[in-house]
Write a protein that binds this ligand. Structure first.
Ligand code: NAD
Ligand code: MG
Length: 385
């Protein structure tokens, strides 16, 4: 029997973190968790350290009532320590499961150290796709997409000649308001937006699914992962979330990957790639009727998707602006400072006000990100006064 692969899990206390731990419980003979991180949920982080006997833990923010961590745990708090954990010499794999542009630095640190990065954090590719892909090429680090749609494409393209790929179609559930009359979107509440029809996910990605900003971010993510031009990347509404993506090859044949709407399938595939083992949960049962319906998204209902497509087409700093404005707008919506339909107006005004530019280095990207956030928060303040 081979020795378990050592891995680090950044964002261990979140939804992707929990699904990763389910895969680990099932395959503890093949994987060993050596480091974990969280933002502020110290108690949950301490429990994970206990359960899996983890050596290194990083917490972004110390809380007043800090729990005791298992004796001997190397517990860190400084921002640089997160980068060190992502580049830990003993780790073969780094799962990046934290949310937002905060994923950019540790993703780069892991790739700089030549790691295999299981990437759930799509925002890092949206903000720094060029830098990330160039870093991976230079160091030999590998990016394995864990986002379910991109993992589906990864599986469908495995073993196919790279020049045989024609286009990619990502599926989307349509989110919480798929069937609501467009005129009623102005009245929806946070509670309603968090009520996703199929997936159980963290709050930010659930709201992003309701606006379809999520699919927009994923189209940009796919551009960097699979090297296709914007017009070769499509999104289609598929309410049951069973088909995760289609790959169209140059000869006109389409491949798809199907599994139930749970992230354990994509995460297990990414962590144990290229081998396959029994999964954590039951898979599809074809003796039950299966709904395989698809329809194009209505852009009047989903203006965030249209803005993301425009940002992808424009390139340069536009995807970064889209992402930063969206992160701030979603936060403001969660704090009840703006309404649901104002999320797209904040993104739109940020995209039209920010001068196009082409930040390349990590510092330039982070500086520009901060500039967009300042602008978007002024706009939010003016709306919520
Ligand atoms: P979540 O909110 O449930 O968890 C986020 C994790 O990141 C938590 O552990 C939190 O402590 C940590 N974190 C938050 N802010 C941080 C910061 N500033 N610095 C360091 N750590 C921080 O989110 P999630 O739903 O698990 O999503 C994580 C990422 O995976 C997102 O980029 C999301 O788009 C992507 N994703 C999620 C799903 C899903 O099913 N949840 C599916 C595909 C992709
Ligand atoms: Mg996805």
């Amino acid at each position: 029997m081979s020795t378990p692969k050592k891995f680090v899990l950044l964002g261990a206390t979140g939804s992707i973190g929990a699904s990763t731990l389910r895969v680990l419980r099932k395959h503890s003979d093949k994987l060993q968790l050596i480091g974990v991180s969280a933002n502020s949920r110290a108690r949950e982080l301490a429990d994970i350290v206990d359960e899996f006997d983890v050596a290194h833990a990083h917490l972004n923010r110390k809380i007043d009532d800090m729990p005791n961590f298992r004796e001997g745990t190397n517990l860190t708090f400084e921002a640089e320590a997160l980068d060190h954990l992502a580049a830990h010499p003993e780790a073969e794999i780094v799962v990046v499961a934290l949310v937002g542009a905060a994923g950019l630095r540790p993703t780069l640190a892991a790739l700089e150290a030549g790691k295999k990065v299981v990437l759930a954090n799509k925002e890092s590719l949206v903000v720094g796709g060029q830098l990330i892909t160039e870093t991976a090429r230079r160091t030999g680090g590998q990016i394995i997409p864990a986002d379910s749609e991109h993992n589906a494409v990864f599986q469908c393209t495995m073993g196919q000649p790279t020049n045989s790929l024609d286009s990619i179609i990502l599926t989307a559930s349509g989110g919480a308001f798929r069937d609501l009359p467009v005129g009623e979107l102005k009245n929806v509440t946070l509670k309603q937006a968090l009520n996703h029809p199929n997936w159980l996910m963290g709050p930010k990605v659930t709201i992003d699914s309701a606006t379809m900003a999520n699919k927009g971010l994923e189209l940009i993510e796919a551009h960097w992962l699979f090297g296709l031009a914007p017009e070769k990347l499509e999104a289609v509404i598929h309410p049951p979330s069973i088909v995760h993506a289609f790959v169209r090859f140059v000869d006109g044949c389409c491949f798809a990957q199907l599994s139930p709407p749970s992230m354990t399938f994509a995460l297990q595939n990414s962590l144990l790639h290229p081998k396959r083992f029994p999964g954590v949960e039951p898979t599809l049962d074809f003796s039950d009727p299966l709904d395989l319906s698809f329809s194009p998204p209505c852009l009047d209902r989903y203006p965030c998707l249209k803005l993301a497509q425009q940002a992808l087409q424009e390139g340069g700093s536009a995807p970064l602006v889209f992402n930063a404005a969206n992160e701030l707008a979603v936060e403001a919506f969660q704090m009840n400072r703006i309404g649901f339909i104002q999320i797209s107006s904040i993104i739109e005004s940020s995209l039209s006000i920010m001068e196009p530019c082409n930040p390349k280095s990590l510092n330039e990207l982070l500086d520009h990100d901060q500039r967009v956030r300042r602008l978007a928060s002024e706009r939010i303040n003016s709306l919520s006064d």
